[in-house]
Design a protein. Sequence first.
Length: 279
Amino acid sequence: MTAQLMIGTDLAAEMVARAAERAKKLQDETGVQPCLATVLVGDDPASATYVRMKQNRSKKAGIGSRSVVLPAETTTEELVAELTKLSEDPSVHGILLQHPVPAQIDERAAFEAINPEKDVDGVTMHAFAAMAFGEPGFRSCTPGGILRLLEAYDVPLEGAHAVVIGRSPILGKPVGMLLLASNATVTYTHSKTRGLADIVRTADIVVAAVGKANFVRGDWLKPGAVVIDAGYNEGNVGDVHFEEAAEVASLITPVPGGVGPMTISLLLEQTVDAAERQS
């Protein structure tokens, strides 16, 4: 292995500690405790675990937590009504809808029911537009966490060619916008891109967010490339074949311990941001 690991754990802990200090200061000065509401539809074990993890991290950061669990057969209309109620509740400062939601639900309609002022997960169209146009707003948490990780490891973005593999509206697309705003040259690709490996070989920075285990191989990479693995698949496996990539890359994120902790820490940081603005 020649690549240096880009560990997110310590940086995330520092971010959470700073968020906790700000949360305490806000509560001491105004009596307002930042509150994050999590909404889970159904009983998917992985989703339930993620929600519990976020609630536990919230508690450690001095952020209040409200849990809403809805049955798997919930309709779009019922979910929208619940999210609207939370959006109108002044004691709730941030809202997280755990995704994916069951197939019968229109996920985009559900996201858009979240008040942009409380969209601390950065999933609404308003949040994406803000990222794309460089306007104030909440960043999608995983893309925002990736940018903070690149910054912490002094990865030069200006003029760099970044290849994003994936086009989801809450990961692939927004991370490309944030890289573009940092003056990188961005190429969007996905699993159906023709000649994908050849395109990836031109990248100074690779962001893998395609949702397929070990999809990106070591011989796809340019020597010295920076590899960000934003995937998480069964068995603690990312979207990049780690052993192969680590022999070629200069920097690489492990799975777990790379991008994941950054996602949760930014969620908590943005919840405190929201509480400060609303107070």
